[in-house]
Design a protein around this ligand. Structure first.
Ligand SMILES: *Cc1c(COP(=O)(O)O)cnc(C)c1O
Length: 357
């Protein structure tokens, strides 16, 4: 669990429960209501539904406090990625992980193809190489742990090196969540979330977010969101905020389940390799027997659901190379596992039965 920081005297568990609520006044509801509005009476700050919404604001307030910055919500994680990458112009260089969320890699490849950016792919576990690649770059993109390779970056050391080269640092914090890692507190400039995953946490919402302490970045991202309209629906932010009330409990339970399951998988004869960074609810395993064996595993369980996405209360898994966009350096037999909050022995029994086949 993250400790209080100078900018937030309260622990993350308290912030998750209390932030983004109406003032404690008689007859106020305890929860910020769901406001469905495309327009507002003129003369105020919001004016129009593409510019602001009180339910977004409550979600943004809570996430901002959790990450230690100011948040802006987007219609999806990829809409937030697109908005940040659109701030890079005129063929400038972006340094990015060679393994990270495939939708991010696809956007980078697309920018490069159109001559909008030059992309330098790096191994984020090699701090010196990442910092060296920042020379003349406009932006450093990190994701840690990476999806689905489960690599971990030294965000603090890399950010210090990138800043020496004058390069701002983005961290996709989707896997760790602010409960386990707060990149802004250790030097990163911008945090990105697919709030679709752990933040909302119940596999029923698509939502993204950007968080920063830098007012110029905040304004640029806000302007871009207004212009392009990659805005969330109010219901999505309502559900995500409701989900975030239990973020700390879900992350703690998923993590304790994942630790135990990763430990047992490491000794299992059907598993060639177990990748678990020691924290969080995500595991990747490489199954012996390649794609066929991995596919058989994903068909062989009854509790674990074969599905893409991650970070829900329920345990899900999938063979990532079934997607054409996944880099070839991700093994064919790699199964990404999102460990849920069920009983750990039930999860293990289900998995073990499928692995035995
Ligand atoms: C899912 C994901 C995204 C994209 O988010 P969407 O909400 O699906 O658009 C970005 N980064 C990571 C690490 C993800 O897992």
């Amino acid at each position: 669990m993250t400790d209080p920081t100078p900018d937030s005297p309260l622990a993350a568990a308290t912030v998750a429960v209390t932030a983004g609520r109406p003032p404690h006044e008689p007859d106020n509801p305890l929860n910020t209501p769901l406001t469905l509005a495309s327009t507002y009476v003129a003369g105020g700050e919001m004016e129009y539904g593409r510019y602001g919404n009180p339910t977004w604001a409550a979600f943004e307030d809570a996430l901002g406090q959790l990450e230690g910055g100011r948040a802006l919500a987007f219609s999806s994680g990829l809409a937030a990625v697109d908005t940040l990458l659109s701030l890079v112009t005129n063929g400038e260089t972006v340094v990015a992980p060679r393994h990270c969320y495939l939708g991010t890699l696809a956007q980078l490849a697309d920018l490069e193809q159109r001559g909008r950016a030059v992309v330098r792919l790096v191994d984020i576990t090699d701090t010196a190489a990442v910092v060296a690649a920042c020379d003349d770059a406009a932006l450093l993109w990190l994701e840690s742990p990476t999806n689905p390779a489960m690599e971990v970056a030294d965000i603090e050391a890399i950010s210090a090196g990138a800043h020496e080269a004058g390069v701002p640092v983005v961290v996709d914090n989707t896997f760790a969540t602010p409960i386990l890692q707060r990149p802004l507190s250790i030097g990163a400039d911008i945090v990105l979330h697919s709030a679709t995953k752990y933040l909302a946490g119940h596999s029923d919402v698509l939502l993204g977010a950007v968080v920063t302490r830098d007012d110029a970045v905040y304004d640029a991202v806000d302007q871009r969101r207004r212009r392009v309209g990659a805005v969330p629906g109010p219901l999505e932010t309502y559900l995500a905020l409701r989900g975030m009330r239990t973020l700390h409990l879900r992350v703690e339970r998923a993590q304790s389940n994942a630790k135990e399951i990763a430990h047992r998988l490491a000794d299992h004869p059907a598993v060639e390799e177990t990748r678990y960074p020691g924290f969080g609810g995500m595991i990747a395993i490489v199954v012996r027997g390649g794609a066929e064996a991995a596919d058989a595993l994903t068909r062989g369980t009854s509790l674990w659901v074969h599905a893409t996405s991650l970070g829900g209360v329920e345990s899900t898994f999938e063979r990532r190379r079934r997607w054409a966009g996944e880099p070839e350096s991700i093994p064919e037999g790699l199964v990404r596992m999102s460990v849920g909050i069920e009983d750990v022995e039930d999860l293990w029994n289900d998995l073990e039965k499928a692995l035995a086949q």
